[in-house]
Design a protein around this ligand. Structure first.
Ligand code: SF4
Ligand code: SF4
Length: 215
């Protein structure tokens, strides 16, 4: 997503890669759930997040939409995000994340964020968001916790590039066609189940939709 934020205002001024050490370790959060409350529509979900949430909860995308997630428009594209309408995430129970094993990528990274550039993206440490002082040093990839970090990062780059291409193309479309395109993206990448294996089907769908849209 395109965002105009001065990185120096919100970070320690450094950019990190997955093998770098970073002071992000909150030591199990110790009763804090700040980043699970009042986050508005900011925890946007990519298709892998929804795949993990449906697999972890046993709910369909539509069932998750009944309470835990919602749809909103981000830079012209309709995308799901974690629902905070009651002031907190629906997965937060007794101060703990019930979805911890299958939580979304943004939750995994926090207090890290992604900074996208021409080559892809790097991570940055948000210094004003997490109240834990003296955080521990930890390797970025260990903090994120996906076993295949290279595969995951390649997927994130692919999805981000697709989002940027879509945003660029939406500008030339009528309102009706924007709606049709958004429905197509949601159906292709979020609504249609992936079965047990996500990445192969994701890339297959990406290839087909790009051919269809001439991207
Ligand atoms: S704000 Fe920091 S300490 Fe609090 S729940 Fe989030 S990551 Fe953990
Ligand atoms: S999914 Fe878990 S970590 Fe993410 S906002 Fe909800 S309770 Fe917090």
């Amino acid at each position: 997503m395109k965002r105009q934020v001065d990185l120096l205002d919100i970070s320690d001024g450094k950019l990190y890669e997955s093998n770098d050490m970073v002071r992000a370790d909150c030591f199990g959060c110790e009763g804090c759930s700040k980043c699970c409350t009042g986050m508005g529509e900011s925890i946007v979900l990519d298709p892998f997040d929804v795949f993990n949430l449906t697999a972890g909860t046993g709910k369909t995308f539509e069932q998750l939409l009944e309470s835990e997630i919602e749809m909103n428009v981000v830079d012209g594209i309709t995308l799901p995000n974690i629902c905070m309408k009651s002031g907190k995430c629906g997965f937060l129970k007794g101060g703990r994340c019930e979805a911890h094993q299958f939580r979304p990528g943004i939750c995994r990274m926090f207090p890290l964020g992604r900074y996208y550039n021409e080559e892809g993206f790097k991570y940055f440490l948000q210094v004003h968001e997490c109240p834990v002082n003296n955080k521990g040093k930890i390797k970025v990839k260990k903090w994120i916790g996906y076993p295949d970090i290279n595969g995951y990062e390649a997927y994130i780059r692919c999805w981000h590039e697709f989002m940027i291409d879509l945003q660029d193309n939406l500008a030339d479309l009528s309102e009706d066609n924007v709606r049709v395109l958004n429905l197509l993206v949601v159906k292709t990448f979020y609504q249609t189940p992936y079965g047990d294996e996500f990445f192969e089907k994701f890339y297959d769908r990406m290839k087909k939709i790009k051919e269809m849209l001439g991207l």
